[in-house]
Design a protein around this ligand. Structure first.
Ligand SMILES: Nc1ncnc2c1ncn2[C@@H]1O[C@H](COP(=O)(O)OP(=O)(O)O)[C@@H](O)[C@H]1O
Ligand SMILES: [Mg+2]
Length: 260
């Protein structure tokens, strides 16, 4: 059986800057792959090519064997590529449930029904998705009053509304406290494994990466310099050279966390 996602020779330049060059990898259904690397390594550029936002200069992206390079973002989404955003994109005045209902309406080609409000549309399905992420008790609350961690869980429910085969998460836990990060990725990993969804994510917190990823790829200056199990990557001398400089791999202080 072929991989869920097969990427070959992906490249993107901006003027003279090779943001991404010659990136190749495969991702199987139900597995969790982390893409890590220093700031400016090309991670977001990779994600944006995978979801159709940016057209690569070269390379191939196959989803279940079918080429998706050149498709617009909405067509890529339709084929089963879900994503979460670094900045949450919910409607603050609508309730938690209504936000999920809107995503479901969009998936079921009924975006016109958004004019007005989501009403009773897809309510059981919305509640099922909210239960999946542990947000059912907050269904009636306006999104604008949610704590940041809850907003992130809601966002995960919204990303699951189109029944994705592949979930792309560019820094899903940015701005969260360390405990919340671990919880969100634990939840994501559980759902992904249960539903057979492939996940590609990037994350600065190495504890989160090493706990949840089945495999890790390291990007540096646009090129993949290491790929392997978390343990292999953690021991890789080149990776250690890059990350020890930033104090990310073994820094106990980082483990305590200073973010959020
Ligand atoms: N729209 C753009 N125009 C010019 N340069 C860009 C653009 N987007 C990204 N870059 C450059 O490409 C490189 C990779 O950026 P990015 O993919 O955002 O890295 P990361 O997400 O790993 O921090 C950086 O040098 C960045 O400055
Ligand atoms: Mg980025």
């Amino acid at each position: 059986m072929s991989a869920l996602l097969q990427v070959e020779g992906l490249a993107k330049s901006y003027g003279g800057v090779h943001a991404v060059r010659g990136v190749s990898f495969a991702l199987d259904a139900g597995t969790i792959l982390a893409l890590i690397g220093p700031n400016g390594a090309g991670k977001s550029t990779c994600f944006n090519m995978l979801n159709g936002q940016i057209r690569p200069n070269a390379g191939s992206i196959k989803l279940e064997g079918q080429e998706i390079v050149g498709l617009p973002p909405r067509a890529v989404w339709r084929r089963g590529v879900g994503r979460t955003f670094q900045i949450t994109a919910t409607f603050p005045s609508m309730t938690v449930r209504e936000n999920v209902q809107v995503a479901l309406l969009s998936f079921h080609h009924k975006l016109w029904a958004m004019v007005g409000y989501a009403g009773a549309a897809h309510r059981p399905e919305a509640d099922r998705l909210l239960a999946l992420v542990g947000m059912e008790a907050q269904a009636e609350r306006p999104c604008g009053e949610l704590a940041y961690g809850d907003l992130k869980r809601l966002e995960l429910a919204i990303a699951l509304a189109n029944n994705p085969k592949l979930l792309l998460m560019d820094e899903p836990t940015a701005g969260m406290a360390p405990k919340e990060r671990v919880d969100l990725m634990r939840l994501t990993a559980k759902i992904a494994r249960e539903k057979g969804i492939g996940v590609l994510f990037t994350e600065h917190d190495m504890d989160v990466v090493f706990e949840h990823a089945d495999a890790v790829m390291v990007l540096n200056r646009g090129e993949l310099i290491a790929t392997g199990t978390p343990e292999q990557v953690r021991r890789d001398p080149q990776v250690r050279a890059i990350y020890l400089g930033e104090g990310l791999l073994y820094d106990a202080k980082h483990r305590e966390g200073s973010a959020a």
